[in-house]
Write a protein that binds this ligand. Sequence first.
Ligand code: ADP
Length: 644
Amino acid sequence: MAGERILVVDDDPNIREACVEYLRINQYNVHESKNGEECLQLLKKDYYQIILTDLMMPGIDGIGVLKAVRKEYPQSDVIIMTAYGTIENAVEAMKLGAYDYITKPFKIDELGILVKRCLEKQRLAREVDELKEVVNLYEVSKAIGSLMDLDQLLSRVIKLATDTLGADGGSIMLFEKETGKLIVRAAAGRREDMVMGKKLDIGERVAGYAAEKSEIVKIDGSLKDDPRFCNLEQFDGIQSGITIPLVRKDKLFGIINVHRTEKKDAFTKKDVDLLSIFAAQSAIAIDNAYLFSTLQQEKEKIEAVFRGMEDGAIITDAQLNIIMLNSSTEKLLNVKRKECLGNNLLGFVSDFQPSIPWKELEKKEEKMVNFDLVRTSGKALFLSVVATRIRNEQGKLLGQIMVLRNVTDEKKEEIVKRNFLSLISHKLRNPLTTILGYLPFLQEKMKVLGEPEKEVLKVIEKEGLILSSHVDKLLMFTLLERKFLEIKKEKVDVKSLVETSLEMIAALIKVNQAELEIDSSLGDIGQVYVDRLKIQDVIENLVENAIKFNDKKEKRVKISGRSLDDKFIQMEIADNGPGIPSEEHEKIFQKFYQVEEYFTGKIEGIGLGLALAKRLVEAHGGKIWIESKLRQGSTFYFTLPKTE
Ligand code: ADP
């Protein structure tokens, strides 16, 4: 390829002009110079591929030119022209790195061949260089792809970068979020071991500057000559350097830098471009490695939690093929993890009857589905399952996480309790009805009975009624739990509902001399749409409690209510009793729950009144809650529907 720049240096104008003319004819871009000094001036301004110089010149001679070129412009080649008698000098010139020499007088074609050969060598060298860059960059991307350990990876990147750029050394510093410092995590070159682990603040020295400004810094020559860094101490012999911030998605990961010592020439613009590629690759690698290590940590955490879970846990794909399964699941389903992995879950639960058929479960759209698995053969086993579906952003089902809990004990207890409840309520209720049924018959004979007998009869009646109320509660509760209790709703006037309820417990009110206040607001509410008897039960229970647990001499109960909106009304039953501590507010609505005697002074009833009230109110679509402070009384609230 013609057009290459050639500089001809000779103090003999004839030879000089002959060469210039010949080379120009051959399409080279030729410049000339009559001595060494002028030649060096020209070299400062422009780059020449070949310097064709006479050896013997006054002032700076051919050897001087050669030395300067080798030092300052190593990419350029020098061809020496020498007279026959000075051949030894020519040999010396070769030792100093001249490309070749040509002896005067020479045939001009010979020069042509020599120049061509030299340019060809340069082209090949360039190709080799480029090939090396490509190979090294390929190596880097391969290393990143194989996701090796970050330190290993960074060390590989810096070695390849220094090699590719012909640098004497370099390092990669990472930005530590915790300390806000840059720390050397990989280094290459002579000072490798010394610099490892060294820290710099952001803004400190050249690396800190590049990181702070997010700017590529290229240093040519001494730091003293650069106004940005002239105050910095120069490290041994470093003459030229490039520092590039490692940035990805606007995030600073650190810097990469390479340097050359005095013996070599300064980095070029092309070197900066090349190092930028390494920098970009490193940033990707670091970003990936961080992401990978966070993911890895998260994965390990999840696996540890998963393994250690007392409940069974299974992760499946969308088709219910098992991806993960913990040891609790192995025990619950009596399976081996190895046999399960990769296989369909349904193959391992054939002994179990799901409370919702599998086919229906698959169709469910909810994020979380609750169902039971009951073992149908062998020993009873009840598993409560919560299946959570995992979907991607587009809503596609990716898989499910199922948590299995062995609820056999609870279920058995529930069954026993239910049987027990139905047993005692039936077996007690019948004889009780008979006993209480005969009471009026005896009371008829009151006149002929003596005082002690009359007292006995009163006690029998009182205790009989209490017992009967307990049994009724138990029975109603059992029916409710079994969902046997029918709710027959009708339009009922609120005020009359309250009045009837109070009539039912008139005896209790009287005995306790309780003051009952029915707020006038009740008269304005109008009607509710409820099962009259059930809501009467609720009111009776609440008023009973308000009196029963009231330790004051003057026991006061106030019943009020108001319309909430067009759908609901709210009732309030307030007492001036002992109050209930806040930590008990939730619990008192649980079945068989009683607050310690310490608070109320007495334990009456069987802990079913509020549980029953809650279930009855909820069966009407309402809510029940309490507001209470110790020693300041309690107010029970509940809502009831106005319409269907
Ligand atoms: P019980 O059958 O014992 O009355 P409840 O379910 O009606 O059971 O009430 C649960 C517990 O809540 C009672 O044992 C009592 O300690 C407490 N409690 C209920 N109502 C009141 C109230 N108005 N004032 C103080 N304590 C109450």
